[in-house]
Design a protein around this ligand. Structure first.
Ligand SMILES: NC(=O)c1ccc[n+]([C@@H]2O[C@H](COP(=O)([O-])OP(=O)(O)OC[C@H]3O[C@@H](n4cnc5c(N)ncnc54)[C@H](O)[C@@H]3O)[C@@H](O)[C@H]2O)c1
Length: 382
C-alpha cells in the first residue's frame, strides 16, 4: 500500500513536471535491469532506483537526456563519467534512507551481541539451546564509528541510549560537531584498540577501501565485533575471514559485499556472521522518502529554484560557466595551432598567439620567442 502510494506520488509529481515544461518528458522503468537504448532515447529525464543499470551506451544514445535521477544514495548503477561528458546532471537523494540504514546498523549490532538470528534459526530446527547462545550486554561497551556523516551520527545517538560509549573518526566532520552528537573524536590509531564494536559509515573510495584490514584488525581488542552497512570492501573481506577464523574478530554484521550477490559464500556461511542482502534502505518509509525527494528535486531544478543532490554539478557548472566556455574555446584554438605546427613540414622557430576577450575588454598579445618569455608581460613560460 505504502509502496503504491509512493509510486503514485512520484508519478503525480512527474506529471506536474511535464506541465511545467512541455518539452520535459520523464521515463520511469519498473523492472528491467538494463535501460533499453531505444526506449530512453526520446526522453529528457530518467528516474531509476538501484537495480536499473544506466550504462555509457544508454547515455550516449540518449540525445535528449538532461537529467538522471537516482531515488536513493549510491550512484554505482549510473555511469556518472559518461553522463558528465554529455552534460547530463546525475542527481541522488542521499538523506532519504539515513534513518533506515542507521536502524539496520543498530539491529546488526544487537544481533551480534545476543546471537538473535542464530538462536531463531536453531529454534526453527526444533532445538532449545540456551548455553550456545550466551550473549553480552551492549551497556558500558565501546562503539567505534568510522565515518561521522548522516548515518554514523544517527547510529551514535541510538546506541548511546543503550549505554554505549561512542568514539569516532572522520577526517572532515569537525570535532565539535562529533562532540555535539555525543561522539568522542579521535585518530584511527587511538580508536582501534579501544573498541568492543566497530561500525563503518564512509563512502567507498580509494582512501576507504580496506580501511579495516589485517593491520587494523591486529590493533583491535581480541574478539572485536564489526558491522558494515555502508559499502562492500570498506572492511577487507579476506582479512575479515582471517580475523573471524583466528578469533581476533568475534562476529560481523554485513549488509553489503564487494560482489552482490556474493558468489564466495565463506563469510556468509561463517557461524559468527549475520548477513543481509543489502537491506539498509529497504523500508517502506525510505523508499517513499527517496521517491518524493527525487521528484521534488527535479521540480526545483526545472523551475530554476535550486539544484539539490546533483553529484556531478560542480564539474558541470564549471564546464558550462561562461568563463570556462571561453577558456575551452581558447584551449581548442591553441590545440589547432599546435597541431598545425607539429604536422607542418617547415620547421617552426616561434609561435605567436593573439587573444582578444570581451571579459577584460583588453587585447592581449602573447608572443613566445625561442627564450620562452612573454614579450608583452616579460613573464617566463613554463
Ligand atoms: N546499506 C545501505 O543500503 C545503505 C543505505 C544508505 C547509505 N549507505 C552507505 O552508507 C555510507 C554512509 O552514508 P552517509 O549518508 O552517512 O554518507 P555521508 O556522506 O553523510 O557521510 C560519510 C562520512 O564519511 C566520512 N569519511 C570520508 N572518508 C573517510 C575516511 N577515510 N575515514 C573516516 N570517515 C571518512 C565523510 O567525512 C563523511 O562525514 C555510504 O557509503 C552510503 O553509500 C548504505
Amino acid at each position: 500500500m505504502q509502496q503504491s502510494i509512493s509510486t503514485l506520488w512520484l508519478l503525480l509529481t512527474l506529471l506536474l513536471i511535464k506541465q511545467l515544461n512541455h518539452f520535459f518528458h520523464l521515463w520511469k522503468l519498473h523492472t528491467a535491469p538494463n535501460c533499453s537504448i531505444v526506449s530512453v532515447s526520446n526522453y529528457d529525464g530518467l528516474v531509476v532506483r538501484s537495480a536499473t543499470k544506466v550504462t555509457a551506451d544508454v547515455i550516449n544514445a540518449a540525445d535528449k537526456l538532461k537529467i538522471i535521477g537516482r531515488a536513493g544514495t549510491g550512484v554505482d548503477n549510473v555511469d556518472v563519467d559518461a553522463a558528465t561528458k554529455k552534460g547530463i546532471i546525475v542527481m541522488n537523494t542521499p538523506s532519504g534512507n539515513t534513518i533506515s540504514a542507521a536502524e539496520l546498523t543498530c539491529a546488526l549490532l544487537m544481533s551480534l551481541s545476543r546471537n538473535v538470528p542464530q538462536a531463531a534459526m536453531s529454534m526453527k530446527q526444533g532445538n532449545w539451546d540456551r548455553k550456545k547462545f550466551m550473549g553480552a550486554e551492549l551497556y558500558g561497551k565501546v562503539l567505534g564509528i568510522v565515518g561521522l556523516g548522516r548515518i554514523g551520527k544517527e547510529v551514535a545517538s541510538r546506541m548511546q541510549s543503550f549505554g554505549m560509549r561512542t568514539i569516532g573518526y572522520d577526517p572532515i566532520t569537525p570535532p565539535e560537531v562529533a562532540a555535539s552528537w555525543g561522539v568522542e573524536p579521535m585518530s584511527l590509531e587511538l580508536l582501534w584498540p579501544q573498541c568492543d564494536y566497530i561500525t563503518v559509515h564512509t563512502p567507498l573510495m580509494p582512501s576507504t577501501v580496506g580501511l579495516l584490514n589485517d593491520a587494523s584488525f591486529a590493533k583491535c581488542k581480541k574478539g572485536v565485533k564489526v558491522v558494515n552497512c555502508a559499502r562492500g570492501g570498506i572492511i577487507d573481506e579476506d582479512a575479515l575471514l582471517r580475523a573471524l577464523e583466528s578469533g581476533q574478530c568475534g562476529g560481523a554484521g554485513l549488509d553489503v559485499f564487494v560482489e552482490e550477490p556474493p558468489k564466495n559464500r565463506s563469510l556468509i556461511e561463517h557461524p559468527n556472521v549475520v548477513s543481509c542482502p543489502h537491506l539498509g534502505a529497504s523500508t517502506k518509509e525510505a523508499q517513499a522518502r527517496c521517491g518524493e525527494d527525487i521528484a521534488l528535486q527535479i521540480v526545483d531544478m526545472v523551475k530554476g529554484n535550486k539544484l539539490v543532490g546533483a553529484v556531478n554539478a560542480q564539474v558541470l557548472a564549471s564546464t558550462f560557466s561562461q568563463e570556462s566556455h571561453q577558456l575551452i574555446k581558447l584551449g581548442e584554438a591553441v590545440g589547432s595551432v599546435l597541431q598545425s605546427c607539429t604536422t607542418s613540414k617547415r620547421p617552426v622557430s616561434h609561435v605567436q598567439i593573439t587573444t582578444q576577450g570581451r571579459s577584460t575588454g583588453q587585447t592581449c598579445l602573447c608572443y613566445q620567442g625561442p627564450e620562452g618569455r612573454d614579450h608583452n608581460t616579460g613573464r617566463r613560460y613554463m
